[in-house]
Design a binder for this molecule. Structure first.
Ligand SMILES: *[C@@H]1O[C@H](CO)[C@@H](O)[C@H](O)[C@H]1NC(C)=O
Ligand SMILES: *[C@@H]1O[C@H](CO)[C@@H](O)[C@H](O)[C@H]1NC(C)=O
Length: 248
């Protein structure tokens, strides 16, 4: 996050605010072994709670991704904007609780270790930080997939589906953006099925056949609907159609 945003939450005054202490997840007291970290799954709901002695203050709860160097030397203090943080909630007066849907815009392949800190307006260093915890991606299908696949084989409505983890990952990314107040447009987070005459690039892992076996091997290199993608739609599959859109 950029410096002006940081100054925004930190304010300019240095104060000796009474200490805020986390209740859940636990307040950092000493480092716990990585194998003992709490592990949270994206999409799970966590009730973040803390005690707040100074009720009139504006509080922001923020999430930090910890790289391995930082995680190894973490002492429960965040001196500011390094590493860049994401808001979980921003400038709440008197809050002591936030129901968080676990998620992050950060790349979990870079690091799955995170900590939360609460910043009171006017502080420059916070030692109100939690223990480090892990976030793991829920980018798998729910256990019970019998319903969609039965319907699909019965109705034959869909020609292809995107690889199962893609829409989950995308939804978590888009959810994270919404939490940060960024909406890409009217289709933000909306699942979309494209007719199979609309070309989709290799990143979506689906052929574009226009309903004809003659085109099955065609290598499409680019998505035809970039505005849909950039506007935040979540493409989940492609639907059946008459051969070559009945264009004969
Ligand atoms: C948490 O993540 C770290 C780093 O990837 C890993 O070494 C550790 O085993 C994880 N802890 C748990 C409890 O899964
Ligand atoms: C780890 O994070 C710290 C704090 O943001 C940064 O100074 C350091 O360069 C990072 N190290 C790596 C290996 O990414």
């Amino acid at each position: 996050m950029q410096l002006p945003a940081v100054l925004g939450i930190l304010g300019l005054a240095v104060s000796t605010a009474a200490k805020i202490t986390f209740i859940n997840p636990p307040q950092f007291t000493r480092k716990v072994q990585v194998t003992e970290h709490d592990v949270w799954v994206t999409g799970q709901t966590i009730d973040i709670r803390w005690s707040q002695p100074d009720e009139g203050k504006k509080l922001s709860v923020v999430l930090y991704q910890m790289n391995s160097t930082m995680a190894a030397s973490f002492n429960g203090q965040f001196p500011g904007a390094d590493p860049p943080f994401e808001y979980i909630t921003h400038d709440q007066v008197g809050a002591t609780f936030f129901r968080w849907i676990v998620g992050t815009t950060k790349d979990l392949r870079f690091s799955n270790q995170f900590a939360i800190a609460v910043w009171a307006e006017g502080t420059v260093v916070t030692d109100s930080a939690t223990n480090i915890f892990n976030i793991t991606s829920a980018a798998t299908l729910p256990d019970d997939t019998s319903c969609p696949s039965t319907a699909e084989s019965h109705l034959n409505a869909l020609i292809s589906l995107v690889p199962e983890k893609l829409p989950f990952e995308r939804v978590h990314l888009l959810d994270g953006e919404l939490r940060l107040g960024h909406c890409r447009g009217p289709l933000h987070g909306i699942p979309v099925i494209l007719k199979d005459c609309i070309a989709t690039g290799p990143e979506l892992g689906m052929p574009t056949s226009a309903g004809s076996v003659a085109l099955l091997e065609d290598k499409i290199t680019k998505n035809a609907p970039p505005p849909l993608l950039t506007d935040g739609a979540v493409i989940v599959g492609k639907s059946k159609l008459s051969e070559l859109c009945a264009f004969k």
